[in-house]
Design a protein around this ligand. Structure first.
Ligand code: 3BY
Ligand code: FES
Ligand code: FE
Length: 419
């Protein structure tokens, strides 16, 4: 009996036909998952939260990233810091489970070693006079806050090109004063699919028209590519109207100083993979709601006009939409080859009052529905890619070019690590 040799991770990547999807084993295999986790979640910058997770000094948000657990802390000087959730004594978790808490000090539940919010060890009993607490501070995690987004990097030497993301995004987010927001709602779903399928799904809107009735009320799939071939006159005229409307909006925004241009840092040489653009919203052009009008009448930051469209930002583990009245920020954390946690947070002005300035259902219904629909799409696709009969098909060069780009970036980042 002949035995088919098992392909390596690299052989599987290199077996991809140009312009087509990845072979199914890259979504299902445990060894591939572990390599992926190490390269894309342990070595690169990832989005893990927002400043409103820890609004006050002493607030702690604990996030599990694979086997690592981190504590995001607001210190007494209001700075955001992150530490490994690891006691420097015998390694107990300091915060026992993921989630949020408020503390005066960080106290290990095992032998009560007590740490200041700045990470220094303040108290450890029974350790004798030769014990030097200054060598036992909590292990810091590299942290970068851009707008309200909290990025961390678990590597010793984090990629320097997060500076580009900060340079491009900080002025785009500035008028919204995203640090003066509160979390109106959080939603978590474990999608039954590989993290790459979750991100691929997010990088195209080919599927939007057929699967996201709520989102396409306000979202324009054309923003993510359009193929004119084979369309009737009516559809072509509608596309021309869309192009003209976009151009008019962009001139109008730029005149008021709102940055609109596309910026992409997606090619094989970059570590911090991201894209941004100010997108036009359908209808009233205000917000991703069923009516396309604002969900919160208390606008963000110093904003006075409602029709600012949607500043979107993709990263390799996240997507964000910032509108005049609210922001939707989502990120993923892989759990297993076929399980990916997706966390979504809706931010409104810190003084906005539910029931007065906004209605929670109006605010959240579009992205709750969209996320549930996407979870089903990802589950179906993951399942299909694990079928022995699966043969990866071609990406649309019009609406799925970003997937090909993502796949090439994925390959390059692994190659650099010898995979
Ligand atoms: O959240 C997003 O931006 C992506 C991009 C296109 C479709 N999708 C909903
Ligand atoms: Fe934390 Fe002992 S393990 S105090
Ligand atoms: Fe979708």
């Amino acid at each position: 009996m002949s035995v088919i040799p098992i392909k390596t991770h690299r052989e599987l990547i290199d077996s991809r036909k140009p312009g087509c999807g990845l072979p199914g084993e890259l979504f299902g295999r445990q060894d591939v998952f572990e390599n992926d986790f190490d390269v894309f979640f342990n070595k690169l910058w990832i989005l893990v939260g927002v400043t409103a997770d820890v609004p006050e000094p002493g607030d702690v948000s604990t996030v599990d990233i694979g086997k690592s657990s981190i504590m995001i802390v607001r210190d007494d000087d209001e700075n955001i810091r992150a530490y490994r959730n690891l006691c420097r004594h015998r390694g107990s978790r300091i915060m026992k489970q993921p989630g949020k808490a408020t503390v005066g000090r960080l106290v290990c539940p095992y032998h009560q070693w007590t740490y200041d919010l700045d990470g220094s060890l303040l108290h450890a009993s029974h350790m004798g006079k030769d014990f030097d607490p200054s060598c036992r501070s909590l292990i810091p995690v590299h942290t970068k806050v851009v707008g309200t987004h909290i990025f961390v990097c678990l590597a010793d030497e984090p990629p320097a090109d997060i500076a580009k993301l900060e340079e491009v995004m900080a002025p785009r987010f500035a008028p919204y004063e995203l640090q003066r927001t509160k979390i109106a709602y959080e939603f978590e779903v474990v999608e039954n699919g590989n993290w790459k399928l979750v991100m691929e799904n997010n990088r195209e809107c080919y599927h939007c028209e057929g699967t996201h009735p709520e989102l396409t009320n306000s979202f324009l799939p054309e923003d993510f590519g359009f193929c004119p071939d084979g369309l009737g006159e009516e559809a072509l005229a509608a596309y021309d109207t869309y192009v003209a409307r976009n151009a008019a909006n962009k001139d109008n925004w730029e005149k008021d100083g709102y940055i609109c241009s596309v910026f992409e840092s997606l090619d094989e040489s970059v570590y911090t993979n991201f894209r941004t653009q100010r997108l036009v919203i359908a209808g009233a052009n205000e917000s991703q709601t069923m009516s396309t009008k604002v969900a919160s009448t208390k606008l963000l930051g110093t904003i006075t006009r409602r029709d600012l469209g949607d500043v979107h930002m993709w990263g390799h583990n996240a997507w964000t939409h910032v509108m005049s009245d609210h922001a939707v920020i989502a990120f993923i954390l892989p759990i297993a080859p076929d399980k990916t946690l997706v966390r979504t947070k809706w931010l409104v002005h810190e003084d906005a009052v539910e029931g007065v300035d906004y209605d929670l259902k109006t605010l959240t219904e579009v992205w709750v529905a969209t996320t549930q629909q996407d979870a089903e799409l990802v589950q179906n696709t993951h399942s299909g890619t694990q079928d022995p009969g699966y043969i990866p098909g071609p990406f649309s060069q019009y609406t799925e070019a970003a997937l090909d780009q993502f796949t090439r970036w994925y390959s390059a980042r692994l190659k650099e690590q010898g995979i």
